[in-house]
Design a protein around this ligand. Structure first.
Ligand code: GDP
Length: 364
């Protein structure tokens, strides 16, 4: 799973990236400071893992992870290849979701590329670049589909009509995810195109420390502006989060957070929202060697879940032994769950639930 951070220069992208990952990106007070796409691997915080660890006492614990890519260099004109932006639009294409950072903090010491603080204008500037890029893809596809449509090919005609809809929408400044298109047309024609503005998006409002809990007027405007987009809006004081992430001591970090009025670090909140955004859930394997969290799509079957571990597991899948997380905690061990008759043997059709503890039987 891969999420890309986008936003105008100097809105706090690399600071956010730093607070999320251990990889240090440079953060300096001028535009274009982060020109390399940086990738960080972020653990998905999950208290259930700690609980399982205390019950199983394994040799190691492996959390689920999300890859975070810091995609810098998006500026006005990026889609036309100005600056370094065009190259980074390619990086966005490879991500599963977009974290769009909006500057919602006032600080005269940090210059804004367009002079003043206006997250709505900033959002539109970025959106337009992404939309223009999608428009290019759509127009290319129209050229290809046109001939087949003219010869009377019904499927091509259907596709052409959808492409026209996309074109009109994008030209009027609407992102693909916000367009009214039937589910069937989306599945058949839109999804396969992997358009940038069709990717799920989360808006990260970067606020000053004092607004970390209740937000501010800038955040209110953002919420109002995106209310029809079906997107998540997250309020984070990125600067202070980065400072907190620097602290080695857990207790110290908690004290720091409490001081600001927060219960947990923003990283946890952000990663959980990203999970929701990507329609992902967690299942566990819990053995003496390793207790591990695995990421699987909501709605995945048992063989598909097995396939996350290894493709052979999916191919040779025979059955899965499944324990509910609550049962595992209640009885305290796999053996006791088994004795209590709470271990379920499931077949190919089983739909995995969040928190399932699974053991796969398979042919090699
Ligand atoms: P990027 O260009 O979007 O990657 O922005 P950076 O993360 O490099 O941040 C640009 C500048 O803004 C740096 O000097 C940061 O220290 C500063 N900055 C980032 N987040 C905050 C914040 O929440 N509050 C304040 N006051 N400054 C911030």
């Amino acid at each position: 799973m891969k999420a890309g951070i986008v936003g105008l220069p100097n809105v706090g992208k690399s600071t956010l990236f730093n607070s999320l990952s251990n990889a240090k990106a440079q953060s300096a007070n001028f535009p274009f400071c982060t020109i390399e796409p940086n990738i960080g691997v972020v653990n998905v915080p999950d208290p259930r893992l700690e609980m399982l660890e205390s019950l199983v006492n394994p040799e190691r614990v492996v959390p689920a992870t999300v890859d975070i890519v810091d995609i810098a260099g998006l500026v006005k004109g990026a889609s036309k290849g100005e600056g370094l932006g065009n190259q980074f639009l390619g990086n966005i294409r490879e991500t599963d979701a977009i974290l769009h950072v909006l500057r919602c903090f006032d600080d005269d010491n940090v210059v804004h590329v367009d002079g003043n603080i206006d997250p709505i204008r900033d959002k539109e500037t970025i959106d337009i670049e992404l939309q223009l890029k999608d428009l290019e893809s759509v127009e290319k596809k129209m050229d290809k589909t046109k001939r087949a449509a003219k010869t009377g090919n019904k499927e091509a005609q259907r596709e052409f009509a959808v492409l026209e809809q996309l074109k009109t929408g994008l030209e009027s400044g609407t992102s693909v995810r916000a367009l009214t298109i039937t589910e069937e047309d989306r599945t058949d024609f839109v999804k396969p195109m992997q358009l940038i503005t069709d990717k799920p998006v989360m808006y990260v409002c970067n606020v000053d420390e004092g607004s970390a809990v209740s937000g501010n007027a800038h955040v209110d405007r953002v919420k109002e502006a995106v209310k029809d987009e079906n997107a998540e809006v997250l309020v984070l004081a990125v600067g202070i989060e980065a400072d907190i992430a620097e602290l080695d001591d857990y207790e110290e970090r908690q004290l720091f957070l409490e001081d600001i009025g927060l219960e947990e670090a923003g990283a946890g909140k952000l990663i959980r929202s990203a999970y929701r955004l990507l329609n992902q859930q967690t299942y566990f394997t819990a053995g003496k060697k390793e207790v591990r969290a695995w990421t699987v799509r909501v709605g995945a079957t048992a063989p598909q879940a097995a396939g996350v571990i290894h493709t052979d597991f999916e191919r040779g899948f025979i059955r899965a032994e499944v324990i509910k997380y609550d049962d595992f905690v209640h009885y305290g061990s796999e053996a006791k769950v088994r004795d209590a008759g709470k271990l379920n043997v499931e077949g190919k059709e089983y739909i995995v639930k969040d928190g399932d503890i699974m053991n796969f039987r398979f042919n090699v």
